[in-house]
Design a protein around this ligand. Sequence first.
Ligand code: SF4
Length: 288
Amino acid sequence: MSVKLAKKTGFCFGVKRAVRMAEEALSGKRPIYSLGSIIHNRQVVEGLSKKGLKVIKDINNIKKGVLVISSHGLSPRKQSSIARRGIDIIDTTCPFVLNAQRIAKRLSSEGYTVVIVGDGRHPEVKALVDFAARNVYVVKDRTEARSLKLGRNDKVSIISQTTQSKGNFSDVVKTLAEKGPKELRVFNTICEDAESRQAAAKELSAQMELMIVIGGRNSANTKRLLEVCSGVAKAAHLIETEGEVDEDWIRPGMSIGITSGASTPDWMVKRVVKRINSKFRKQKSKKS
Ligand code: SF4
């Protein structure tokens, strides 16, 4: 039996930074809020809630205190409305997301149609749409890109949700280029961590019989990792905690690879490895 970790697991730089900033804020005396989860990992958010973080769905629920903006960013409209009400903001938006927001805003103000490759329901993409403000479209893949109506005289620009795969992004770029717009500008805003994490997961998937992806089911980069692993390994499963490791997946002598989403803490990865090893030991002792 062998259990091998992908070259990149645990928190990415942006998530580490967001959690650290939230913890620092929680060590003070003021009430601290976040609009939705500050990162897409239930166990980490529960830990922060125990330290006092109040996760809310509506900004009108804050009367006083501090709002922590999540690593995915927040629409400029909502930020101004919060600031107008005298509520302080701690902005943990990841610098890679901030870069994509600046690009979206600039391109839109220069008269470009902005096409965002990503999931329109994800908070990062919703905020990007608001930064672009007008003439903005979200497409998730080349099929949606094909049905996008663009005029021949349009100036078109393409950016990406930071956690997209390079393959999907280039498919959309090719599809839109074939429509022959007057001008086409492409900005690869996929973050380096997402890119190298997917590459490491793919490399390991090619050597393993089973891949286990650890991370939030609501996490875009974790879902993307599962897609990458499923396309290469014989079998791949997504789990959030060690309690979901299923004995039926495991056979004595098999090779298992492990990767994790960018918002999965190292301690959860260690727990999963421990649980797999103990399942193996149990199977071995049953056999002997
Ligand atoms: S995955 Fe990339 S963009 Fe997202 S928080 Fe981490 S470093 Fe930032």
